[in-house]
Design a binder for this molecule. Structure first.
Ligand code: G6Q
Length: 537
C-alpha cells in the first residue's frame, strides 16, 4: 500500500466526502432517540464523550475508522512517544526534533516509552520536591528568615498559557498562605499591576523561558529585578529559572534554583514539564502535580486504542475533521461549563492553532485540503448571554465541544426551587447541546432555529488534579492525532517568526531615530511609513 500522504488521495476521505452530501439530519423528529444518545457515547479516564448530537451515523463512523486506520494515526502517536524525530519537514531545514512531552508523565508505567527522557523528567521532579520541601519547612526563607508566600511566573506563550490555565483550574486545591501571579505581556502595565500589589520580600519570581531569549520575558525579568533592587532585596535570593539546559538562561549563579526542560518538549506542550510543575507545585503542593501527571499518563496510554469508539482523543480528532473538512465548518468553539476552566480554551487555542495552523504537509507540499480550524470559546453559561445567538441562528455553522463536570469543585451549593446551582449549570449545558442539534420550527422566521449544528459533550465527575491531567492529555493527543491525519508537522511554529523579525527591525528604527536626528528608516520604506502613520516618529 502507498505511504499515507494526507486526506488527498485517501480512499476513506473520498468516501467521507461522498457521505457529506447527505449527513445525518439531527433536526428530523425523533432523530435524537434514547438508543442513539446512549449508544454514541465513549468512555475514557473518567470522562464520557457524548456524540449523538454530531451529524454522524454508522457509515460515517465506519469511514472515520477507516481514515484512522489508513492514516496510521495511532501508530504515529506511539512512534512519537517512543522518540521518533517527527518535528521536521522532509528535505528542508526544520527543527528536526523528537516530540516527547508525554515522557515527562510516563513515570507510572514500569516500561516507559522513552526511558531516558522519563529519567530526565524524574530527576527534575526530585529536584523540585527538595526545593518545595525547603520552602515548606522554612529552610529556604528570605533574608529576614520569613517564609515565601507568593510566586510570580514571568513567561509568555507556551511558558504562560498552560501554567496559568491549569493554576486557575486547580486554584481551589491551593495550599494555605500560597498565592501565585503571572506576568506575560511586555506592556509595562502588566508587570506594574502585579508587582505593585506584592510584598516582594516574601515573593519568589519564576522566570520561565525554554529558549532563554524571548524579548518579552527577558524584559519583564529585568523590570522585576529592578523592582527587587529598589526594595533593597537581592534578586539572587528570590529568582528561579525554568529553561532549556545549556541555553542563555542556564546560569545558576543568577538564580536561587534552576530547573530544566529539554528541546524535545514544545512550548505549548510543556505545562506538565517544569514549566508548569514549579508554579503548580508551589501553589498546590508536589502531590497535586503528581496527580496531574498521573491523569495525563492515563490518557497517553489509553490513546493507543485503535478502535475510535474506545479512544476519546481519536474520536474527537475524527469528528473535528468530519465537521471541518467534510462539512466545511471553519471554526470550533470549545465551551467549558466550569468557571475553573476560564483560561483553558485560551490554552487550547494556542495548542491547536499553533500546532495545526499549517499550509504545507510533512514533505513541504502545499496542502490541498484544509488543516486546523479557528479555535475559540469562553466558559458557559456566560457565553450564552453573549455570543450564542450566532451559534444558534447565525449564517455560520460553528461546531461546539462542550466540557462539563457532574460535581462542582467546592461543593458549596444551595437548592433554590428544587435544584442546585450545579444542576442549573449542567441543565444549561445539555439544553444547549440539544437545542443546537434539533433546532426549532416556527411560523415566525425570527423564532426559527435551523438545528443541525454539530456538537459533542465531554463530561467528567469533578475537576480534580487527576481529571485536569486527563483533560489536558485528551486535547494534546487530539491535536497530535489530527496533525497525523492531515499529514502536517504539528510541532513547529515558523508562522510566528516573521512578525518577531519585523518587530526587531522597527525597534531598531526607533532607537536610531532617537539617537540620530534626521534618521529616516534607512531604506525600509514600509516599516518607516508605518511608524510615521502611527505617530511614533
Ligand atoms: C510554543 C511556542 C511559543 C513559546 C513562547 C515562549 O509552542 O514555541 O509560544 O512557548 O514563544 O518561548 P520561550 O519559552 O522560549 O520563552
Amino acid at each position: 500500500m502507498a505511504e499515507y500522504r494526507g486526506l488527498a488521495g485517501s480512499p476513506a476521505w473520498e468516501e467521507l466526502r461522498r457521505l457529506a452530501k447527505a449527513p445525518f439530519d439531527l433536526s428530523r423528529p425523533g432523530a435524537l432517540s434514547r438508543e442513539r444518545l446512549l449508544a454514541l457515547r465513549a468512555e475514557m479516564a473518567g470522562f464520557s464523550l457524548l456524540y449523538g448530537t454530531e451529524r454522524v451515523d454508522g457509515p460515517v463512523l465506519a469511514a472515520l475508522q477507516r481514515l484512522a486506520d489508513e492514516s496510521g494515526a495511532v501508530e504515529r502517536f506511539l512512534a512519537m512517544k517512543r522518540g521518533a524525530v517527527i518535528n521536521r519537514i522532509e528535505g528542508y531545514e526544520s527543527e528536526n526534533r523528537m516530540v516527547l512531552h508525554t515522557a515527562v508523565r510516563d513515570l507510572f508505567r514500569p516500561d516507559p516509552c522513552h526511558p531516558q527522557a522519563t529519567a530526565q523528567a524524574q530527576a527534575e521532579l526530585d529536584k523540585l520536591a527538595r526545593f518545595l520541601d525547603g520552602v515548606a519547612s522554612g529552610q529556604l526563607v528570605n533574608h529576614r528568615g520569613q517564609t515565601f508566600t507568593d510566586m510570580v511566573l514571568i513567561g509568555i506563550g507556551g511558558s504562560d498559557l498552560g501554567p496559568r490555565a491549569l493554576y486557575l483550574a486547580l486554584q481551589r486545591f491551593s495550599l494555605p498562605e500560597r498565592r501565585v501571579h503571572f506576568i506575560a505581556n511586555v506592556d509595562p502595565d502588566d508587570a506594574a499591576q502585579v508587582l505593585g500589589g506584592l510584598d516582594l520580600s516574601r515573593t519568589l519570581v519564576n522566570v520561565v523561558s525554554k529558549s532563554g531569549s524571548t524579548l518579552e520575558t527577558l524584559t519583564n525579568e529585568e523590570l522585576a529585578r529592578a523592582a527587587f533592587v529598589r526594595a533593597g532585596l537581592d534578586p539572587g535570593r528570590h529568582f528561579l529559572a525554568v529553561t532549556g539546559k545549556g541555553g542563555p538562561m542556564d546560569n545558576p549563579a543568577r538564580y536561587l534554583a534552576s530547573f530544566y526542560m529539554f528541546d524535545y518538549i514544545g512550548g505549548r506542550y510543556s505545562v506538565t514539564s517544569m514549566v508548569g510543575a514549579v508554579i503548580l507545585g508551589f501553589a498546590l503542593g508536589q502531590e497535586a502535580v503528581i496527580e496531574l501527571l498521573r491523569g495525563a499518563n492515563g490518557v497517553d496510554q489509553a490513546a493507543e486504542e485503535p478502535d475510535i469508539r474506545g479512544n476519546i482523543p481519536l474520536l474527537l480528532a475524527l469528528l473535528g475533521i468530519w465537521n471541518h473538512n467534510a462539512l466545511g465548518c471553519e471554526t470550533l468553539a470549545i465551551l467549558p461549563y466550569s468557571q475553573a476552566l476560564i483560561r483553558f480554551t485560551a490554552h487550547l487555542q494556542q495548542c491547536d492553532m499553533e500546532s495545526n495552523g499549517k499550509g504545507i504537509d510533512r514533505q513541504g507540499q502545499t496542502l490541498s485540503e484544509k488543516s486546523g480550524p479557528i479555535v475559540w470559546g469562553e466558559p458557559g453559561t456566560n457565553g450564552q448571554h453573549a455570543f450564542y445567538q450566532l451559534i444558534h441562528q447565525g449564517t455560520t455553522v460553528v461546531p461546539v465541544e462542550f466540557i462539563g463536570f457532574q460535581e462542582s469543585q467546592f461543593g458549596k451549593d444551595l437548592e433554590v426551587q428544587g435544584t442546585s446551582s450545579q444542576d442549573k449549570l449542567l441543565a444549561n449545558l445539555l439544553a444547549q447541546s440539544l437545542a443546537l442539534a434539533t433546532g426549532q420550527e416556527h411560523p415566525n422566521p425570527n423564532r426559527r432555529f435551523p438545528g443541525n449544528r454539530p456538537n459533542c459533550v465531554l463530561i467528567g465527575e469533578r475537576l480534580t488534579p487527576l481529571a485536569m491531567g486527563a483533560l489536558l492529555a485528551i486535547y494534546e493527543a487530539k491535536i497530535a492525532l489530527q496533525g497525523f491525519i492531515w499529514n502536517i508537522n504539528s510541532f513547529d511554529q515558523e508562522g510566528v517568526q516573521l512578525g518577531k523579525v519585523l518587530a526587531t527591525r522597527l525597534l531598531s528604527h526607533l532607537a536610531q531615530h532617537r539617537a540620530q536626528p534626521g534618521y529616516d528608516g534607512g531604506g525600509d520604506e514600509a516599516g518607516w511609513a508605518m511608524l510615521m502613520a502611527a505617530g511614533l516618529v
